[in-house]
Design a protein around this ligand. Structure first.
Ligand SMILES: CCCCCCCC/C=C\C=C\CC(=O)SCCNC(=O)CCNC(=O)[C@H](O)C(C)(C)COP(=O)(O)OP(=O)(O)OC[C@H]1O[C@@H](n2cnc3c(N)ncnc32)[C@H](O)[C@@H]1OP(=O)(O)O
Length: 287
């Protein structure tokens, strides 16, 4: 295990790994002074609302950016700041992500961010998209997506960036990486995350045809883990989270980290990240 960790650090997962080695969240003796006196920490910002219950160690992050929780630069920045705050708070061990909007979890990247913007702005936007994925997929918290509406493209990426997905059992809600249907191409790390979720063949079909799956079909291919009635999505996520948190954090975190290292292309490496950012910014600029 020590070798794996050393190698992974060499290959660029040092951020994740150093966090792993510095603090386990289970049996934590060192609680952030900011939050230790509070039973519940609530913070509200325009597009995202976070409720952290310090007694359970579970935070619920609600996306509340009408009409469709599209991932604009502002939204992504807020999302990442909230994630970072929770990540640094030792009292928080689990994160549930959901939406306050009816029918939509997230419509994915904000299309207006990809139209007629300067190369600098495109670069900034894409960096924020990368950041969202790196922070979520590499999180030390146990993460569950409570998908209470449609979740195409970037919304699907956000969902599969979590450890577990619970979706409302409604055939009208769809989820998938539908980029090719829009005439664009999902970057390689979208692909990796999908392959890690549904396997190679299903991912290949899904990406090339830009398939959007209804909730029942998403369950069939393993794109989501569980379907529940609309009014039970959050309570099921809370129940499921308690099972995840019964596992010692360090064991879950190291297991996840090793899995990511062996199954994901090296976006966390600076040069890969910059190259991806550069290619996508140019693509967006010329759309
Ligand atoms: C070689 C070429 C390389 C090219 C490189 C490109 C670089 C990027 C590469 C890939 C990355 C892609 C990831 C993405 O996420 S792309 C975004 C894809 N998103 C979608 O396809 C979703 C589109 N939206 C929907 O399907 C629906 O809106 C839905 C979420 C199902 C909700 O449906 P409904 O409730 O019926 O709502 P409306 O459709 O009526 O929409 C309401 C208003 O919201 C606006 N809207 C919808 N989606 C977006 C969006 N993604 N960004 C911004 N705005 C959005 C919609 O226009 C309506 O606005 P209005 O009321 O003003 O008309």
């Amino acid at each position: 295990m020590a070798n794996v960790l050393r190698n992974s650090a060499k290959f660029g997962f040092s951020g994740v790994l150093s966090q792993l080695s510095i603090h386990s969240r289970h049996g934590r003796e060192c609680v952030s002074p900011c939050f230790s006196l509070q039973q519940r920490n609530n913070s509200t910002s325009p597009k995202i609302k976070v409720d952290l219950d310090s007694s359970t160690g579970v935070a619920v992050l609600r996306m509340q950016s009408p009409p469709v929780n599209s991932l604009s630069l502002d939204f992504l920045t807020e999302f990442c700041i909230n994630l970072e705050k929770l990540e640094m708070d030792r009292s928080c061990r689990g994160l549930i992500i959901t939406s306050t909007l009816s029918k939509v979890f997230s419509a994915g990247l904000d299309i207006m961010e990809m139209y007629g913007k300067s190369p600098e702005r495109c670069g900034e936007f894409w960096k924020a998209v990368q950041e969202m994925w790196l922070k979520l997929y590499g999180s030390n918290m146990a993460t569950i997506a409570a998908i209470n509406g449609s979740s195409p493209a970037g919304g699907c990426l956000m969902s599969i960036g979590c450890d577990y997905r619970i979706m409302v059992d409604n055939p009208r809600y769809s989820i998938g990486l539908n980029e090719t249907q829009l005439g664009i191409v999902a970057p390689f790390w979208f692909k990796d995350t999908l392959v890690n979720t549904v396997g190679n063949r299903a991912a290949e079909l899904s990406l090339e045809l830009g398939l959007l799956y209804s909730a029942p079909d998403a369950l069939k291919i393993g794109l989501v883990d569980q379907l529940v009635p609309e009014d039970q999505v959050l309570s099921t996520a809370q129940d499921t989270m308690s099972k995840w948190l019964a596992i010692p954090d360090h064991a879950r975190q190291i297991d996840q980290c090793v899995y990511i290292i062996y199954n994901t292309s090296p976006l966390p490496l600076d040069h890969a990240r910059q190259m991806d950012q550069c290619v996508i910014s140019v693509c967006i600029y010329y759309i």
